[in-house]
Design a protein around this ligand. Structure first.
Ligand SMILES: CCCCCCCC/C=C\CCCCCCCC(=O)SCCNC(=O)CCNC(=O)[C@H](O)C(C)(C)COP(=O)(O)O
Ligand SMILES: Nc1ncnc2c1ncn2[C@@H]1O[C@H](COP(=O)(O)O)[C@@H](OP(=O)(O)O)[C@H]1O
Length: 274
């Protein structure tokens, strides 16, 4: 069911016009619904895999090259992918369907990026001192052992500082930063990309019988979109590795929930504002 078919139903429209639930339901397009299911299912898959032979692979090491070069600078790569999408948006003709939508004006796209960046900052980097993920850890009894000790929850010792002074994060509930970062980045990129992909697919399908358009879909896909999809695949793979090798189940669930909250707020409840 897409947005149009849902909101075109006058009975539903009238009965539940302004409710938050309706706003959420309206935005659950088929493709987005599948993407929203992908990450919880991957988490379950990773959990099931742990019951198997579970031989450590290259990806079980924190020093694996993709973790060091990509995930540890994950928001930077997501930002680069988004700038590529912005460049693609600017290259579209004014008659393009997406280009005519007010929601895809450059200013609104940049505003959504800044909101997503702020959301990443407050959860993983800084929230008037410790970032939220570290505050949850300290609040639930976690401490930095070995290097420095956290005296109370307001002392500014983040997980990053703790590591840098040779300490270990012990006790408490430590929401998985990797789970959050990878899902937050992926959902953000997917929600931004999907209308551009929809338009490309519509044009591609319409022109399929034209001899010039008989190229396979992968060849025909614009390079900008290919690069973003490649990053989405890389993020999914690293999330699967996090699910298999790192953190407890509930620590990954809390990272996941925090990432989904942003999508519900920005792409469903306050969609008309951003
Ligand atoms: C057509 C072009 C128009 C351009 C207009 C642009 C206007 C933009 C306006 C302002 C620019 C803002 C720029 C923001 C760019 C953001 C770039 C960055 O993000 S730089 C920081 C990179 N750092 C990371 O990505 C770190 C990621 N890592 C983590 O978050 C954590 O390590 C972890 C959560 C993965 C794990 O935590 P740990 O403690 O367990 O290691
Ligand atoms: N997919 C992955 N590949 C490699 N290391 C990962 C990983 N997912 C998590 N980790 C590592 O597991 C630790 C906890 O991750 P997080 O709390 O961000 O979810 C981090 O260690 P370091 O902090 O020592 O780098 C992180 O690098």
């Amino acid at each position: 069911m897409d947005t149009q078919s849902f909101s075109a139903n006058p009975v539903i429209e009238k009965a539940t016009n302004t409710s938050v639930v309706t706003r959420i339901l309206r935005q659950l397009h088929t493709s987005n619904r599948l993407i929203l299911m992908l990450y919880p299912l991957t988490l379950l898959l990773g959990q099931l895999y742990q019951f198997g032979p579970n031989e450590p692979t290259y990806f079980a090491s924190k020093r694996n090259i993709i973790n060091v070069l990509f995930v540890k600078r994950g928001w930077l790569w997501t930002a680069i992918a988004y700038f590529i999408l912005l460049a693609y948006r600017l290259s579209l003709p004014a008659s393009s369907l997406v280009a005519t939508k007010p929601r895809y004006r450059l200013s609104r796209m940049i505003a959504r990026f800044l909101v997503a960046t702020l959301y990443w900052v407050v959860f993983t980097q800084w929230f008037f001192g410790l970032p939220i993920m570290d505050r949850v850890f300290v609040f639930t009894g976690g401490k930095c052992n070995g290097g420095v000790q956290i005296q109370d929850s307001l002392v500014n010792v983040s997980s990053a500082t703790c590591r840098s002074v040779g300490g270990t994060w012990l006790g408490g509930h430590d929401p998985s930063g990797h789970t959050f970062l990878l899902i937050h980045s992926s959902l953000f990129l997917w929600y931004e990309l999907s209308p551009f992909l929809d338009e490309f697919l519509t044009i591609y399908r319409a022109g399929r019988n034209d001899s010039k358009s008989r190229k396979s879909i992968l060849v025909a896909l614009p390079t900008h979109l290919k690069l973003i999809i490649a990053l989405l695949i890389l993020w999914w793979w690293m999330f699967l590795m996090t699910c298999i090798y790192f953190h407890s189940f509930f620590e990954k669930i809390s990272g996941l929930i925090w990432a989904y909250v942003e999508v519900v707020l920005v792409y469903m409840i306050f969609r008309h504002l951003l």
